[in-house]
Design a protein around this ligand. Sequence first.
Ligand code: C6P
Length: 408
Amino acid sequence: MTLDVEQIRKDFPILERETRPGVRVTYLDSTATSQKPVQVIEAMNDYYRRSNANIHRGVHTLAEEATSMYEGAREKIAKFINAASSREVIYTRNTTESINLVAYAWARAKLKTGDLVILTEMEHHSNLVPWHMLQMERGIELDFIPVTEEGLLDLETYKSLLDRRPKLISFTHMSNVLGTVNPAAEIIRLGHDAGAVVLVDGAQSVPHLKVDVQALDADFYAFSAHKMCGPTGIGVLYGKSTLLESMPPFLGGGDMIKEVKLRSFRPNTLPHKFEAGTPAIAEAVGFGVAVDYLSAVGMERIAAHEHEIIEYALDRLEEIPGVKLFGPSADKKGGVAAFTLEGVHPHDVAQILDRDGIAVRAGHHCAQPLHEKFGIPATSRASFYLYNTMQEVDLLVNGIYKVKEMFG
Ligand code: C6P
């Protein structure tokens, strides 16, 4: 084992939880949201007990302390993704809001009827619907990089789509269903060569891989704290400062302004220009501690651990007659295993597994077009993180055998 998982598990109190008497939870749903280590929980608790105040607004000790904790977390997050400056790290509510911020503030200012936006067939609804909305409003065009049978992006078709000089490419770094880790640097480079701006949905990559936004040369990069050991209610939009500076604000109100007159306003400088109203302060503090936690464990080690688990999980799941797995082989994906079981609805699979405390998700995982592409309405999905063990994979496999027995 690359990680001392037993030691790590001690940091996550919820993993001791019994979901019914004598049945301890086997949490295999970290793609939906990760569990939180005690360090994050306590930091947020401490913040409310000792330092709570509104930020950027008071000169009193508590306000200064809260502001410095909020801004300190931003510094940590900037370092974690290797942003050139913390001015490029905008706090949002989540990945969804980060993508919407680009759609509202960048795209509405820069795109006009007929402009092409390229997405992929494996996108989460959060990276589809904002563009559908813009299509309805502005008449932009959308096209899609196809997904192959194996669950990879068809880059040859991408290259031919680029001949149409798209204005924006927006794609997921890692699929929340197939687990596919897309060749982000290459997709971005090709997009830039064609003159496009590139937005990356990093909801599943930042928690699991070492992400360096400068090495990738991403223009925008979106992610959520809750999938990376942090709290819900806070996420980030990273953007190159030149782009962020060229954009109008997103939401209007307090904090995002320099000056307000009765009939006009001057927006604040970065990053505050995009952060209207009282933000999620305790959540930012928790986010900063989550980043400390992941950094201390080491992102490379986390990725290596997940690789070992998914390799084992795919091998074991493949053995089960009637199980069909979706997505590429372990070397091309993260710790996500979406599958169907012949003759049993994915929801029934998940519900029966739950009786043994095994938490997996079932449904279309907010990627309905991708499921349609594979001709299925839903899958069951097990996903793994730094606190999961090989034994938990065995529990899952035994559980699926039990489901099969029940359904004859
Ligand atoms: N996927 C899943 O179970 P938010 O909800 O804004 O934090 O993240 C949205 C999002 C965007 N892109 C990708 C690739 C995602 O996986 C998600 C969230 C969860 O798969 C909840 S639907």
